[in-house]
Ligand binder design. Structure first.
Ligand code: ADP
Ligand code: ZN
Ligand code: ZN
Length: 795
């Protein structure tokens, strides 16, 4: 019997979705640990791939058992908790274990593969032309023809191998260590030729310094060449020092002190910390009620106990303001993880956590995988946000995984929101979650803003502008006079600008997808949001040749133009996908607005969150309806959430705020209750509707989607699945479909879907797993199946 390793290999298919056994060489026996990445041979030929060691066992060795080629890590990159979490995630999301494992790590740790040519025997011509003295060369760097390579390979002179390439390099900085001492000084002086001024200078500096980065010398005019020569002469040695790429290195964070909590906040903090065991809390607090202060003080308490804490926020809420509040309170102990960081920066933040230098992690969705140990508290802020759900495989929900980790660490998990998801609020109702409420604004002087709803149908009759009602114009003018600030939201969820012919109604479609192309003014092109197809803006209708082809829909740029015409004196900042594409652009816009370089901030939903500026006294929602009209049962909920969030930006300090909501549906309950900012009433009404129509949270849901180049193949597959499900589901379960997906064709593939609504179906998941397993066979014929557990949308 011999110790062998169980390895999950980097091949995401059903057949390989299980551990493979590998022999462990003598040299690796004492080094290899569970959770390390290794390189292993796999399949036929010389293919080498990356794998994760997930266990060890004893086995009778046989000749077929291959050996681990090398160990990639010196320490495990995944601990046993995260390995367990991967198992849970795999079950929940119907995905491959390897995909789950890779999702947990910074992207630089994902394997890249390199093809190299190695020498098998000496061969003069080959050595001269190809290897040029080396033992191997990169395939892509080969200086001979492919034909020649093939020939040598057939003659077994060379071989081609596949290697795992490492991307996760730490950044190092070169330092100079002085070797000049009192004793050897004279000897060095003698080496200097007359007139070698720089050398005299260097020797002088070296007598006074011990260890400095090379830049310290170059800044004084001592060149790299002089340094290199001095190294050869034995005056100094170079050393590489590992550095963190710190995205916030050049920022100062003013230290902040804990605020005196009001009674509601105090009860919340005390209750969260009362029991040293796992419990989920729903903290429902109106906008500006000081939820963040509750998080900060609860986290401070667990840090004081020597534990760590995790704070998840939606990507777009991870504004500089939020980072500032955490860095201001906890300083160096904070690691920040979000998509605005470069891959290297993310890797460095990850290492800070892994080395236990960071005690608090603040981050977006994937920060839920932060390798924190001894977690004392997990917070999921804005828990209702859709961005917590990953829309591609593995389709995990960060809130779910956060609760799993809280359970593992036996610590409290706080879900916070002004507008909780109906699912969470319903659980709090049933007592599954502990319900906590904040009903007052944290800043005593701040009152909830007054909200006015403007009926745009009426407004159109009175010949106002399509974009700005008279009321809104008047209020904007007033704030500009008072030098106060204004936030304008252009609701663009499920909405885009397109081109339509006024004569024949022709809309420019994507040639690959069943969707119209979107107008992009910045690049002056028409673009498909699904496949990236791009073409020129047409000046004539391709269908009837008419030149009456016009843009429809209101883009932020168009609104900005209208705004500057109406208020030429006002400085406007625009925030949308186009103006925030560059790294750091988002931060800069907010900083400029905070410094009052502009009085109006115009943007899409990305401005709805996290802004806490005292001078915002007016919020205008230009079009509340676009998100209301989506054919999705959650459209009311999403609209209510958005309106409440953005309204909450007004009047957060001592100046009273006002909100104007422009709508064509002034009687819709989502709009009316957002006007009253009455979440509880909205919850009651919406629950009633969900009950009547049989939607979540009264039912659980799963979405199954098949896609194929031929429409009938995708459809047929879904009908087969429908039949199989029908055989095992109880009468209580319901199925919607199979139907073509909302966008039937994307990138020339057809999509068919089936939605299953159920309450208790013990046979459902095992069958779905089985369906997923067998779908592997279909992949050869180009049929792909995906399963989305608790999909965020049905379209
Ligand atoms: P939320 O996260 O609920 O939207 P914040 O934590 O951002 O609310 O708080 C809103 C504002 O109220 C902030 O400017 C914050 O400094 C202030 N605030 C919060 N709690 C208190 C308190 N106990 N005393 C004074 N001001 C507070
Ligand atoms: Zn036309
Ligand atoms: Zn397309």
């Amino acid at each position: 019997m011999e110790k062998v390793a169980e390895v999950i290999v980097d091949v995401p298919t059903r057949q390989t979705d299980q551990p493979f056994t590998y022999r462990v060489s003598e040299s690796l026996k004492d080094i290899l640990e569970i959770g390390m990445r290794v390189e292993v041979p796999f399949g036929n030929g010389n293919r080498h791939i990356q794998g994760f060691v997930v266990g060890f066992s004893q086995k009778e060795l046989n000749m077929e058992l291959k050996e681990i080629t090398r160990c990639i890590d010196l320490a495990p990159v995944l601990n046993s908790e995260l390995l367990d979490l991967a198992d849970y995630m795999k079950e929940k999301t119907f995905s491959f274990k390897i995909t789950c494992l890779q999702t947990m790590l910074p992207s630089v740790m994902k394997a890249k593969y390199e093809k190299i040519i190695v020498r098998l025997k000496d061969h003069e011509q080959c050595d001269q032309q190809l290897f040029k003295g080396a033992d191997s060369v990169l395939f892509e760097d080969a200086t001979v023809s492919l034909k020649q390579i093939k020939q040598w390979r057939d003659q077994e002179i060379i071989d081609i191998q596949y290697l795992v390439k490492q991307q996760n390099r730490a950044r190092t900085i070169r330092y100079v260590r002085s070797l000049v001492t009192r004793h050897n000084f004279d000897q060095f002086t003698d080496q200097i030729r007359k007139g070698a001024k720089r050398k005299v200078q260097l020797l002088d500096v070296l007598t006074r310094t011990e260890f400095q980065p090379t830049t310290f010398y170059t800044e004084q005019g001592i060149s790299a060449t002089v340094l290199r020569q001095a190294q050869k002469d034995g005056w100094l040695a170079f050393e590489e020092v590992e550095m963190y790429r710190d995205p916030y290195a050049d920022r100062q964070f003013a230290q902040t002190e804990a605020l005196t909590l009001n009674d509601e906040q105090e009860i919340a903090v005390e209750t969260i910390l009362a029991k040293p065991q796992h419990e989920v809390f729903l903290l429902e607090g109106i906008t500006g009620s000081g939820k963040t202060e509750v998080y900060l003080q609860s986290i401070a308490a667990v840090l004081a106990q020597g534990k760590t804490a995790m704070m998840l926020v939606p990507e777009i809420a991870l504004t500089p303001q939020m980072v500032e509040r955490f860095k201001g309170r906890f300083g160096e102990a904070v690691a920040v993880l979000h998509s605005g960081l470069s891959k290297g920066e993310k890797y460095d933040e990850w290492r800070k956590i892994e080395r236990k230098e960071a005690k608090v992690v603040v981050g977006a969705r994937s920060a839920v995988f932060a390798p924190l140990e001894n977690i004392g508290l997990i917070v999921v802020d804005e828990e209702h946000e859709a961005s917590y759900k990953q829309e591609e495989s593995p389709r995990y929900h960060a809130r779910d995984l956060a609760i799993w980790r809280g359970n593992y660490h036996n610590c409290p998990v706080v879900l916070g929101s002004a507008t909780p998801s109906l699912e969470s609020r319903a659980r709090a109702q049933k007592g599954v979650y502990h319900f906590l409420k904040l009903t007052k604004r944290g800043n005593k002087a701040a009152l909830l803003p007054q909200v006015e709803v403007v009926d745009m149908r009426e407004e159109m009759i009175h010949q106002g502008s399509e974009t700005f009602s008279r009321v809104l114009q008047e209020k904007i003018r007033d704030r500009l006079l008072k030098n106060e600030q204004i936030v304008l939201l252009l609701n663009r969820r499920g909405y885009s600008s397109f081109v339509m012919c006024r004569d024949c109604g022709f809309v420019l479609p994507c040639p690959n997808c069943d969707i119209s192309l979107t107008l992009h003014m910045d690049t002056k092109t028409m673009r498909c949001h699904y496949c990236g197809h791009e073409e020129k803006i047409p000046h004539r209708c391709p269908n009837c040749q008419s030149n009456k082809i016009r843009y429809y829909g209101t883009g932020t740029q168009k609104v900005e133009e209208e705004l500057t015409q109406l208020f030429p004196e006002a400085a406007v900042l625009r925030m949308d996908v186009d103006t925030t594409r560059k790294k750091g652009a988002h931060e800069k816009i907010l900083r400029d607005f905070g410094e009052k370089k502009a009085s109006i901030l115009l943007g899409t939903q990305m401005i709805a969150k996290g802004l806490d500026f005292p001078d915002i006294t007016l919020v205008g929602v230009l079009n509340a309806d676009t998100s209301l009209n989506l054919p999705d049962f959650r459209s009311g909920e999403r609209t209510f959430q958005l309106l409440t969030q953005v309204s909450g930006r007004a009047g957060r300090a001592d100046k009273l705020g006002e909100v104007v909501i422009q709508t064509f549906n002034p009687d819709h309950h989502a709009i009316l209750l957002a006007q009253q900012q009455n979440y509880e009433r909205f919850y009651q009404q919406e629950m009633f509707i969900r009950h009547e129509t049989g939607y979540p949270p009264y039912f659980f849901t799963v979405k199954v989607v098949a896609s194929h180049e031929k429409e009938e193949v995708a459809a047929k597959k879904m009908y087969q699945i429908h039949q199989r499900l029908q055989q095992v589901l109880s009468p209580q379960a319901r199925m919607l479909g199979p139907t073509p997906s909302a966008i039937l064709r994307i990138k020339n593939r057809y999509y068919y879907q089936l939605i299953i609504k159920y309450k208790q179906e013990p046979n459902l998941f095992p069958l779905l797993q089985e369906i997923m397993q067998s779908s592997q066979l279909d992949q050869k014929s180009g049929l792909f199946l995906s399963i989305d557990n608790e999909p965020l949308s049905f379209i």
